[in-house]
Design a protein around this ligand. Sequence first.
Ligand code: G3H
Ligand code: 13P
Ligand code: ZN
Length: 314
Amino acid sequence: MALVNTKKMFEMAYKNGYAVGAFNVNNMEITQGIIAAVAEEKAPLILQVSRGAREYAKNSYLRAIIDVVVEENPDIPVAINLDHGDNFETCKQFVDDGFTSVMIDGSRLPFEENIAVTKKVCEYAHPRDVVVEAELGQLGGIEEDVVGVEDVEKHIADPDQAVEFVEKSGCDSLAVACGTSHGAYKFKVEPKLAFDVLEEIGRRLPGFPLVMHGSSSVLKEFVDLINKYGGAMPNAMGVPEEAVTKASKMAMCKVNIDTDLRLALTAKIRQVFAEKPSEFDPRKYLGPGRDAIKAMVKHKLHVVGCAGKAAECS
Ligand code: G3H
Ligand code: 13P
Ligand code: ZN
């Protein structure tokens, strides 16, 4: 199957009460770990490329790896999404490069300007069969200069604005800030998501797919391993997996996960280095790291509920 956009995936996810996992890719091992998990679990897949990933690996390299993934897995519907595109030109470039989905993140802009830039991206993307994800409210972690973890609650998406935004911009899905943030330090005290807001937006926009950013759970097991083997990640905290599952059964049709993959890879590599100090063959630590990514993704596909759903999304 060639690359697909997310239309059918979201239609099925919404109808059947699950979300599709969207995983960030930064190199070959991460991508291979993800696709190995998805192939075994027969899940639909969204791979996404952030600005950091592009700066690190170059889009052309990541695209070549993703093209192999698609070619070797004809039974898996795969979409590729530009994660947090910051302006029209970036989104246009990724549409032209063959991405099937682009996110225009205008969340730092005034409301009307966010609508205007999202509309412009839609007008370019839609005739080319590319879907557009937009963002409303502000998440912590990416827009660090604006939102610190302690301020996340103040930036939760407003249901009235969500309805107006979707109607006026024409976006295909909307990332709504609901208390999550990017990275490994999402909450200072206890995790809290605005499920009432999600429910209200879901009720006011029936059938419309929402997107959850900052969905990593920062599992204690992996933070403990990192700390045990020489790392220092005190007070790391993520979104409890039950909350991710609950959101996935609501209107959240896409769940973004990056940090949990980083933690799995880092914990495993640290373990190898600690247990085998003489090891210097990259394959001997990147290989186990890749296996750790695979295990994490397999687990996540069950958390969001898309395991076994590849066929219905094709
Ligand atoms: O969108 C958030 C991702 O975790 C990407 O972060 O820009 O450091 O790759 P990054
Ligand atoms: P995490 O940092 O929680 O993995 O979120 C990733 C994300 O939202 C990418 O857009
Ligand atoms: Zn994000």
